[in-house]
Design a protein around this ligand. Structure first.
Ligand SMILES: O=C(O)CCc1c2[nH]c(c1CC(=O)O)Cc1[nH]c(c(CC(=O)O)c1CCC(=O)O)Cc1[nH]c(c(CC(=O)O)c1CCC(=O)O)Cc1[nH]c(c(CC(=O)O)c1CCC(=O)O)C2
Length: 353
């Protein structure tokens, strides 16, 4: 299948992920296609968020917007982690300024019966696969295309909370009051996620990232019981399946706020670990062995500063990570009110290093 796609001209991010030499540090930015770009906001006036995700031509266009503007080293398919709960039968709305809203979240363990399982991923999430294939062609080999999915605990918490939450107390209550049922739901999400990520690779994704965005709400013990086994299952099953299909694709894990688990995360089989800005890169490097690449971790708020402040913060960060086994990124997604010019300063500062 790979031979059908245009030849890749910039493989820096793949080389860095596999620990090979790079001529300059690769850089991309979480949420690089999004609301901080005026061209994205113009699109959103016309189109509902999930309509963009479900229409391959629109998702492709949005994915390409930051690639046209900046010398980034990767594109990431425009989508959202919440497409998996949708495939599991949940209605999820995205209201501007309010974030995700589940019309009927999991309110009691009886609701588990409502989860659609098994999911025919090739049918239900075909629109993502089509968007990936189209975008891989439209990129013309300029940079690799990244695919992604939410991790089971993070998706579980959305399915129980019904949207964002300051405490995750409803979903954490499930872990303490209904551990067996929680594992059942986490297992269902894991199975769909595995098929989904394999489907993304078959469609043309050249690297994958798994977002455990709600790791910060768990502690070491609950992370070990309710997050780690599923993150392990995902990387092992996906790697094994794609190997059989003849692919070698790097995989990244991002457990936001999960520094307490960095050592355990390093044992799972991911090639890259993304870290947020609340841990010093030197400290992260001490806990993550040298055969794993680190990605991150500029404070997204650093982009609110003037150009010289962004340059200094970036230089300071890169110095701490070093050039080997490193992919530059922010420590979380770019905020919607960041000036697009500030992102250019960040990218240039990484490349100038
Ligand atoms: O750049 C690309 O092409 C892909 C961008 C992308 C979007 N969602 C995700 C990605 C991948 C990436 O980060 O690069 C992944 C994602 N969606 C949500 C989460 C969890 C979370 O934030 O808790 C993640 C994992 C990554 C992360 O931790 O950031 C869930 C989510 N999705 C949206 C919202 C509302 C919002 O206002 O952001 C949320 C919940 C946030 C919360 O509860 O705090 C909607 C959304 N998804 C994407 C966009 C585009 C953008 O960021 O501007 C939006 C906003 C929709 C809008 O226009 O209103 C794309």
């Amino acid at each position: 299948m790979a031979a059908e796609f245009p030849k890749l001209q910039n493989d820096r991010i793949l080389r860095a992920a596999f620990g090979e030499e790079v001529d300059r540090i690769p850089v991309w930015v979480m949420r690089q296609a999004g609301r901080y770009l005026p061209e994205f906001r113009a699109f959103r006036v016309e189109h509902d968020f999930f309509k963009i995700c479900r229409t391959p031509e629109l998702a492709c266009e949005i994915t390409l917007q930051p690639i046209r503007r900046y010398p980034l080293d990767a594109a990431i398919i425009f989508s959202d982690i919440l497409v998996i709960p949708q495939a599991l039968g949940f209605e999820v709305l995205m209201k501007p300024g309010h974030g995700p809203h589940f019309t009927e979240p999991l309110s009691s363990i009886d609701d588990i019966a409502r989860i659609v399982t098994p999911v025919d991923v090739d049918k239900e999430l075909k629109y993502v696969f089509d968007a990936i294939t189209l975008t891989r062609h439209k990129l013309e080999g300029k940079v690799p295309l990244l695919g992604f999915a939410g991790a089971p605990w993070t998706l579980f918490s959305y399915m129980v909370e019904g949207g964002g939450s300051k405490t995750m107390s409803k979903s954490k209550a499930w872990l303490y009051a209904h551990p067996q049922e929680s594992h059942k739901v986490l297992g269902i999400i894991t199975d769909v996620t595995v098929d989904y990520l394999i489907g993304q690779v078959k469609a043309g994704a050249q690297m994958l990232q798994v977002f455990e965005s709600h790791a910060e709400y768990l502690g070491p013990d609950s992370f070990k019981e309710f997050a780690l086994p599923y993150l392990r299952d995902i990387v092992q099953r996906v790697k094994s399946a794609i190997k059989d299909l003849g692919y070698s694709i790097p995989m990244t894990v991002f457990a936001k706020g999960g520094h307490y688990a960095l050592s355990e995360l390093s044992t799972l089989g991911y090639d890259v670990i993304q870290i947020d800005w609340t841990i010093n890169p030197e400290e992260a490097r001490k806990r993550v062995p040298d055969n794993i690449t680190l990605q991150g971790n500029l404070d997204p708020c650093a982009l609110y500063g003037p150009a010289d402040s962004i340059q200094n913060a970036t230089k300071n960060m890169v110095n701490k990570f070093g050039k080997r086994r490193y992919i530059a990124n922010l420590g979380h997604g770019i905020y919607p009110d960041v000036n697009p010019e500030s992102l250019a300063v960040f990218i240039d500062a990484v490349h100038d290093f």
